[in-house]
Design a protein around this ligand. Structure first.
Ligand code: SER
Ligand code: ZN
Length: 687
């Protein structure tokens, strides 16, 4: 019987498996109303768990068991125990072969997990626990196996039969059926298994790796979409090259395939050598797609491709470690997108997403650390916290150890754990070992939920020329965690003089410094200053925290005009505009006339005229905060007044800077064909 109460499982209860599955040989016989799955497993006792041979329990859901054989002898039904979601067999030797035949019904599978049909095509989704809907298995990521997969189906309906790895043999049967055998030489957990069968068209290209191996690249879609794959193919080639250059990671198989599927729960899935994508994340044409969707496709293709190392070659020991592959891979794709497009805009977009959506998650009833301690249902943990905050945690490690050490750390991590299942701790330890930097306190980011609040106060002593900056940190309580230990927070700062110039902060003349905030409160002093500087705090959004510093409106105007950090400059503009719009909302509510603060209008003029500013960042800076973001920050939400006040400010800016805006528009006119290329995209965003 299925458990009546859903039960939580705990990280602290983790135990290695009793058995390993060295080899997994699968045969799929696909028919119109069912499929037969024959699984031959090469099992071996995990001797770290003892010398005895306990019963073997495999998990399986919605399977019809047909037969079970151990070392070639069929078991009778009294020789095994069939549970509603398990199959238990007695074991008598340390190494044996287990053959299980099951019947499944992909046509009736509407969960979009396991093997199912989408528009007449067979496809799979096995992350996190979908493989158990295909056959009885040790469906857990620390069990890594070499898979061979034979797919048999009607040739007319399903001319294309795909699985992971390289296709090693194919043939035909009488009666119109054909078969293809795929062999994946790399060990992988079951969640990376994939199978596709359908009538698909293919776009082909190739990539030569740094060491000179040729890799065939294939994108499969339904025939009416075949002309929409060029951008995904280009993105794939760029990703392959980038991972070689930036992380020294080459692709390993002879083929890399992407299949676009209409019915898909996630954006896309990194199955070994056979990525399956939601069509919306792969298909684009200039007639129907926006710049944003071109960039999204590029980012998702890259994300899934990068998983080949961060996720597949090195996988997660258990699902509590999900952020090990997701946080790191989001970080990798964010850096890739920053290199391909505007780095400034990418940072603004990512920080905004975090500050709105992830901070809200951290403040709500679902708040959880990037490595949760327990879960009931893992599919509820594919969250912004695991992905986006997880990415920020990896970024902070890079900030703390430095870029070169970070690369050494990632090399060490890939070296140590290639072909293995690892933990977040293994990742941090590799970074620590490679850099010699102590990340002891930093580890709290993995255990503690909630968004830390960093409060800054400062003072200047004219006589001694000493500027003192005091930084205090705290973190609100979250469910199950009333008190928090201080985090190690890298706070990047610069000090600006009256002219907007960043002052040198050390003898080497560096104008930006990372303050390692580790105590509940600590003061930093800066000597030899002629005047009180204005701090530019948390540059490039150096940590996922809320910052409190009492900026006057003058300060915000100043930062909006002068800050050399793109993210902070944008942020100052947003804060200033929010304050000005709030004035108007307040005025409307009190039914009194309120003037628009002219300093905002003037600061917009300075931004508009700034020739040195990246066009894409300029476009972001010229956008007023959205109504949603204004509402989010308001104590009481007044939608009509927000809308009216925002339009009033917008109009005032347009009127005041009509000539400059018109000149900018005319200078940016785009000629020629549509190109989803960074320079053109920046221009289009600006106009
Ligand atoms: N593992 C998949 C991805 O990250 C599903 O979320 O893209
Ligand atoms: Zn991912």
């Amino acid at each position: 019987m299925k458990d009546a109460q859903p039960r939580a499982i705990y990280l602290k209860d983790y135990q290695a498996p009793d058995y390993w599955i060295d080899t997994t040989d699968l045969t799929f016989d696909l028919f119109e109303d069912h499929a037969l799955v024959t699984s031959v497993l090469g099992l071996r006792r995990n001797e770290d768990r003892g010398q005895d041979t306990p019963d073997l329990t495999l998990v399986g859901i919605d399977l019809e068991l047909i037969s079970v054989c151990v070392d070639g002898s069929e078991l009778t039904s009294d020789q095994y125990i069939l549970g509603s979601e398990s199959l238990t067999i007695p074991v008598t030797s340390k190494a044996f072969s287990l053959t299980v035949v099951t019947r499944i019904r992909p046509q009736e599978n509407t969960s979009l997990e396991g093997l199912y049909k989408s528009n007449g095509m067979f496809c799979t989704q096995c992350e996190a626990e979908g493989f158990r809907k295909i056959t009885y298995y040790l469906d857990r990521p620390d069990v890594m196996s070499k898979f061979t997969t034979k797919v048999i189906a009607d040739k007319g309906r399903y001319p294309v039969l795909l699985s992971n790895g390289n296709d090693i043999a194919r043939g035909e049967f009488e009666g119109g059926r054909h078969w293809v055998t795929w062999e994946d030489p790399f060990k992988k957990p079951s969640y990376l298994f994939a199978l596709v069968g359908g009538d698909l068209e293919v776009v082909e290209d190739s990539f030569t790796t740094a060491s000179g191996r040729d890799v065939a690249l294939r994108i499969f879609t339904e025939s009416h979409n075949i002309d929409k794959c060029d951008h995904a193919m280009l993105s794939l080639k760029k990703s392959m090259k980038w991972d070689e250059e930036v992380y020294g990671r080459e692709y390993d198989l002879d083929i890399f395939m992407i299949v676009a599927v209409d019915h898909f729960n996630m954006g896309a899935m990194e199955n070994k050598g056979l990525n399956i994508f939601n069509s919306s994340c792969v298909l684009a044409s200039p007639e129907t797609a926006t710049d944003a969707s071109y960039q999204r496709i590029e980012a998702i293709v890259a994300h899934e491709y990068f998983h080949n190392w961060s996720g597949n070659r090195v996988t997660c020991r258990d699902w509590f470690q999900l952020s090990l592959k997701e946080g790191f891979t989001v970080f990798r794709d964010a850096e890739f997108s920053a290199d391909m497009n505007s780095r400034g805009v990418k940072r603004i977009e990512d920080a905004s997403l975090l500050k709105t959506a992830q901070f809200a998650e951290d403040a709500g009833p679902m708040a959880h650390p990037i490595r949760p301690q327990s879960f009931i249902e893992i599919s509820n943990f594919y969250t912004l916290t695991i992905y986006e905050k997880g990415c920020e945690v990896v970024r902070m490690i890079q900030t703390i150890v430095g870029k070169d050490n970070f690369r050494k750390g990632s090399d060490l991590y890939f070296d140590r754990f290639d072909g293995k299942a690892a933990t977040c701790e293994d990742f941090v330890k590799a970074m620590e070992d490679a850099s010699g930097v102590d990340l002891g306190q930093f580890r709290h980011w993995y255990n503690q939920a909630g968004t830390p609040v960093v409060t800054l106060t400062d003072g200047f002593d004219q006589e001694s020329g000493q500027y003192a900056l005091t930084i205090a940190q705290s973190c609100p309580a979250t469910p199950g965690q009333d008190t928090k230990l201080p985090f190690h927070i890298p706070v990047a700062i610069a000090l600006l003089d009256k002219g907007g110039k960043a002052l040198p902060l050390n003898e080497a003349g560096e104008t930006e410094r990372v303050l390692h905030v580790t105590a509940a409160e600590e003061t930093w002093t800066f000597e030899g200053l002629a005047e009180k500087p204005l701090p530019s705090i948390l540059r490039n959004f150096s940590a996922p925290v809320r910052v409190k510093y009492d900026y006057s409106r003058e300060d915000l105007v100043f930062l909006m005009k002068h800050d050399s950090d793109g993210y902070n400059r944008w942020d100052a503009g947003q804060r200033l505009a929010t304050a000005v719009i709030e004035d108007l909302v307040d005025g409307l509510l009190k039914e009194k006339d309120t003037e628009i603060d002219s300093r905002l209008i003037e600061a917009f003029g300075v931004v508009l005229a700034d020739e040195g500013l990246d066009k894409a960042v300029k476009a972001e800076m010229l956008k007023l905060p959205s109504e949603a973001s204004l509402a989010e920050q308001a104590e009481e939400i007044h939608p009509l007044q927000i809308c009216e006040s925002r339009s009033r400010v917008r109009k005032a800016i347009a009127e005041a800077h009509k000539d400059k805006l018109l000149a900018l528009y005319q200078a940016l006119e785009l000629k020629g064909e549509y190109r989803p290329e960074a320079g053109d995209i920046a221009k289009r965003t600006l106009i």
